[in-house]
Design a protein around this ligand. Structure first.
Ligand SMILES: NC(=O)C1=CN([C@@H]2O[C@H](COP(=O)(O)OP(=O)(O)OC[C@H]3O[C@@H](n4cnc5c(N)ncnc54)[C@H](OP(=O)(O)O)[C@@H]3O)[C@@H](O)[C@H]2O)C=CC1
Ligand SMILES: CC(=O)C(=O)O
Ligand SMILES: [Mg+2]
Length: 422
């Protein structure tokens, strides 16, 4: 059997290093072409953009170009390995942008000595892009970084680990609880992790109907409760009045576990103490808080999801960011607001309830898949996502007044070949 570690390294290094390259969109075979592409022809669009910056959307790739920017401080669940070590993940996000939504991207790994240095670096290059996807930046710094960049930039700035993850988690959670015969407004929720992804997920679950008083959030020191004096302002929003202190205390009787922390932190014994039909989203990458095989061995009524592509129920922001940016770029939205996020939640949730296509069955080499315990959320290889999520996001942008262009005439999108319309 192929060693998975070696297979992953080979995939990244052969036949050429890396996962992305840049293609040309114009002919370049003659001197005439070169005189248009470069000197002297290139001066004409330069003059037009100098007259009106909006012309950059007409004469350059800006409108379909997203920067994937990280400082490498929270690479998946691997921690702070520095900017360069984050490059394979950032290239990976670029692969997903292109494959699933036809969006070009460039990854940028910033070696910044402070959050302010990072903000200034990104703000100075912001006009180059149609949007900025911030990635794998640790909490609490990520919150101020995103806030400052949203304020300084006139294009969508979106911290994927916060909002992409939250959107997909909320969609999967609404479906999973429905299947379990429970509802978000009465579910008792344990969230292990209190960082970028965890805080955003719990905020969006509350916006979708969960009760803040029903949520126990934990960091490395245990339950975030009102008696703690070491909480930053983001954790403090989830401080509860409780005597529970440890994961053992919090998980007892809980309906839901959301893991956005690190590997192997939920034991089968702890899972056994949860309420009937527990919903477990063990979303740490690459290694979940509990392995699905161990979870199912511990109890057969569990509905389990992970962030990985090699198990059913992949709750991962790959289902969000490509299509959210597609919709936002196509109406030239100035930002990605709460209404656009909620629209994406419902588009994802609803698509999972439709019959699965042959294309998906083939891609996953299975005969059958239907809405239920083993299928709570669409798979990333479902090509209907492009239309469903992008159009919902674009419509919400138009409806809420952040779109600078009308709802796209070339929608619905049936494939990435159609993203330029025409
Ligand atoms: N499936 C998906 O789509 C996504 C999954 N994730 C996963 O979520 C995890 C966190 O990512 P992110 O939020 O970006 O990172 P952050 O660095 O912002 O947050 C990490 C959080 O995890 C907590 N944590 C770490 N180890 C433990 C532990 N042993 N016990 C309790 N809490 C712990 C930290 O606690 P403290 O505050 O005390 O340091 C911190 O609150 C990663 O594993 C990542 O792969 C993230 C985004 C998307
Ligand atoms: C999926 C992702 O973005 C993460 O684990 O950080
Ligand atoms: Mg990430």
């Amino acid at each position: 059997m192929t060693d998975p570690k070696q297979a992953a390294l080979d995939y990244h290094s052969h036949p050429i290093p890396g996962k992305l390259s840049i293609e040309l969109t114009k002919p370049t075979t003659s001197a005439k072409h070169l005189a248009l592409a470069y000197s002297p022809g290139v001066a004409e669009p330069c003059r037009e953009i100098a007259k009106d910056p909006e012309n950059a959307y007409l004469y350059t790739g800006k409108g379909n170009l997203v920067a994937v920017i990280s400082d490498g401080t929270a690479i998946l669940g691997l921690g702070n390995l520095g900017p360069l070590a984050s490059k394979p993940v950032m290239e990976g996000k670029g692969v997903l942008f292109k494959k699933f939504a036809g969006i070009n991207s460039v990854d940028i790994e910033v070696d910044a000595e402070s959050p302010q240095a990072f903000i200034d670096t990104v703000a100075r290059i912001a006009d180059t892009w149609g949007g900025i996807n911030l990635e794998d930046i640790k909490a609490p710094e990520c919150f101020e970084i995103e806030r400052a960049l949203v304020e300084r930039c006139s294009i969508p700035v979106f911290h994927d680990d916060q909002h992409g993850t939250a959107i997909v988690t909320a969609a999967g959670m609404l479906n999973a609880l429905d299947i379990a015969g429970k509802s978000l407004d009465s579910a008792r929720i344990v969230c292990l992790g209190a960082g970028a992804a965890a805080i955003a997920c719990m905020k969006l679950l509350v916006a979708c109907g969960a009760r803040a008083e029903n949520i126990f959030m934990l960091d490395r020191k245990g339950v975030i409760h009102s008696g703690r004096e070491d909480l930053n302002q983001y954790k403090a929003m989830f401080a509860t009045e409780t005597e529970r202190r440890t994961l053992d205390d919090a998980i007892d009787g809980a309906d839901v576990f959301v893991g956005l922390s690190g590997p192997n932190l939920l034991s089968p014994e702890q899972l056994k103490t949860m309420a009937p039909n527990p919903v477990v989203f063990a979303c740490s990458n690459p290694d979940p808080e509990i392995h699905p095989t161990d979870a199912k061995a511990a109890r057969d009524d569990v509905i389990i999801a992970t962030g990985r592509s090699d198990f059913p129920n992949q709750v991962n922001n790959v289902l969000g960011f490509p299509f959210i940016f597609r919709g936002a770029l196509d109406v030239r939205a100035t930002g990605i607001n709460e209404e656009m996020k909620v629209a994406a939640v419902h588009a994802l949730k609803d698509l999972a309830r439709e019959p699965v296509t042959e294309e998906v069955l083939k891609a996953y080499d299975i005969d059958h898949l239907e809405f239920g315990r083993g299928y709570i959320i669409p798979t990333p290889l479902d090509s209907r996502l492009l239309d469903r999520v992008s159009s919902a996001v674009a419509q919400a942008a138009v409806d809420t007044g952040v779109a600078r262009k009308p709802y796209p005439a070339h929608y619905p999108l049936t494939s990435v070949d159609g993203v330029y319309g025409g």
